[in-house]
Design a protein around this ligand. Structure first.
Ligand code: NAD
Length: 496
């Protein structure tokens, strides 16, 4: 941590429709992980600043909820166009602060825009239902109403996409919204907020507060914040869920992952290799849906082992802004060290490091936090590496004699974000879909990321809550149901 005096560029907060410098004395450097350079300084805003954002959101709420849904979504239509027009610029910001390649950054922005598009359907999605004559002359109606002030806390790995799992739905439903982005990547949403400002959205409907854990806890504890959406590691997801629960607040908390892919002998191994390589090493393995363990069944083992090693070895690693680069750095030097020490643990515990990505050096970027693609074979079915989220470009290979054995291996995992199967057998695919203990299932798919009109699911330690992000679940999460029962007996009315 450094002090405000050594500032590069301070990232402001956006509160009550105004860009304001934080008053905190605590700032962190925002580092470009490809170059190791500080590109900005982010404030660790305090509880008082969070309080100001909440108060302005609470003031904006009564008028915003009275604004017809049809009028509310007009701002989102404008936002969609602005995001399209600035896609390249936003993608470059993502690559600079997060490290992923420009192509990957554009891909995540497409997903962000897709969520804005889906939320434009709120006038239909937010409808309730009714029934006449639930008893003679009595009618019953369910209507949905917004909650009030809601907040979202997001992680470093998708700076442009994950805030949009929440923001468009929350405001389209009539809530006012506060975002606390990851302090490691605050620049993308800073620019996105400037675009949102250009839509003419009334002040206080959306605010941005930069910070770390104190800002998060202040949001959870503030009595006027009604609901919390969280995405990040399981340790913090558990904390946020428990703390929100103590206040009786609704919360949806998406946590970490350890994703498995099962490769059957009848799979199209060439296709499987390409797709699994992209899943394991794309975004430098820092996707919550990245495949981390490949379980080969029967004869798939030998062929797949060799082909995945060769494909991984051929990937071009470098600065995501440079053309031809297929994999960027991991988020920080600290993260690189953690990944390298986990590879060491794997080797110590009996794994054979077939492709070793430690000590990666990229010419011109000696200060970048690079880890090359790594493939470890022959780990015991239960070892630290097969059970721990690595969040880096490391693929472990384990072998099973049968689909039963592979499914039993998956069932042992504490996480349940995603499981994939590669096969050409419909029956095997159906069995996998039926039995695999994870919330997002891929059949011949490496990154089974649900489209915006489906919930971003997740089971076990990968999710705490009931309603997920995106689509109908988001509408359910951001609204409260009210049921009205009415009797209008003829004899009580004036005769017309
Ligand atoms: P993180 O848990 O370190 O941080 C996430 C957010 O929580 C940040 O905004 C951070 O400021 C805040 N935070 C950190 N420590 C806190 C604390 N002690 N108390 C309160 N708030 C705190 O996660 P990260 O490193 O930014 O992101 C990577 C993790 O996110 C991985 O575990 C990954 O699997 C997970 N992830 C999950 C999903 C999903 O959909 N399940 C999606 C993306 C990322």
């Amino acid at each position: 941590m450094i002090t405000a005096e050594t500032a590069v560029v301070n990232v402001p907060n956006f509160i009550n429709g105004e860009w304001t410098e934080s008053k905190t004395a605590e700032f962190l450097n925002v580092i470009n992980p490809a170059t190791g350079e500080a590109i900005a300084k982010v404030p660790l805003s305090n509880a008082a600043e969070v309080g100001k954002a909440v108060e302005s959101a609470a003031r904006a709420f009564p008028e915003w909820r009275r604004t017809p849904p049809e009028d509310r979504i007009q701002y989102l239509f404008k936002l969609k166009q602005l995001l399209e027009d600035h896609l390249e610029e936003l993608a470059r910001i993502i690559t600079r602060e997060n490290g992923k390649t420009l192509g990957e950054a554009k891909g995540e922005l497409r997903r962000a825009i897709e969520n804005v598009e889906v939320a434009c359907g709120i006038p239909t999605m937010m409808q309730g239902y009714n029934l006449e004559d639930v008893a003679r002359g009595i009618d019953e109606t369910m209507i949905r109403q917004p909650l009030g002030v809601v907040a979202a806390i997001t992680p470093f790995n998708f700076p442009g996409m994950i805030p949009f799992w929440f923001l468009p739905y929350a405001i389209a439903c009539g809530n006012t919204f506060i975002l606390k982005p990851s302090e490691r990547v605050p620049l993308t949403m800073r620019r996105a907020m400037e675009l949102l400002e250009q839509t003419g959205l009334p002040r206080g409907v959306v605010s941005l507060v930069n910070g770390g854990k104190d800002a998060v806890n202040a949001l959870i504890d503030h009595p006027q914040v009604r609901a919390i959406s969280f995405v990040g590691s399981t340790r913090v997801a558990r904390h946020v869920y428990a703390r929100a629960g103590e206040h009786g607040k609704r919360a949806q908390c998406q946590g970490g992952a350890k994703n498995h892919v099962v490769v059957l002998p009848d799979a199209d191994l060439e296709m499987a290799t390409q797709i699994i390589s992209d899943s394991a090493f794309g975004c430098a393995g820092q996707r919550c849906l990245a495949v981390s363990v490949a379980v080969t069944v029967g004869e798939a083992q030998k062929k797949f082992r060799d082909s995945i090693r060769d494909t991984a070895a051929s990937l071009k690693v470098g600065n995501g802004l440079d053309s031809g680069v297929q994999m960027g750095p991991v988020i920080s030097e600290q993260s690189k060290q953690k990944i390298e020490s986990l590879i060491e643990t794997g080797a110590r515990q009996g794994g054979k490091v077939m492709l070793d990505g430690r000590k990666a050096l990229v010419p011109k970027y000696e200060r970048g936090s690079f880890v090359n693609p790594t493939v470890i074979d022959g780990l015991p079915a239960s070892s630290e590496l097969t059970d721990t989220e690595i969040f880096g470009p490391v693929l472990s290979l384990v072998h099973a004699d049968s689909m039963d054995e592979a499914l039993a291996f998956l069932a042992k995992s504490a996480y349940g974000n995603q499981a994939s199967l590669f096969t050409t057998s419909g029956a095997a695919a159906r069995r996998f879909r039926y039995e695999a203990p994870a919330g997002n299932i891929g059949i011949n798919i490496g990154v089974a990321a649900p489209m915006a009109y489906f919930p971003f699911s997740g089971w076990k330690d990968s999710f705490f809550g009931v309603m997920h992000g995106q689509g109908r679940d988001a509408v359910e999460f951001y609204t409260e149901k009210k049921v009205v029962i009415e009797r209008w007996a003829k004899e009580h009315s004036r005769k017309f």
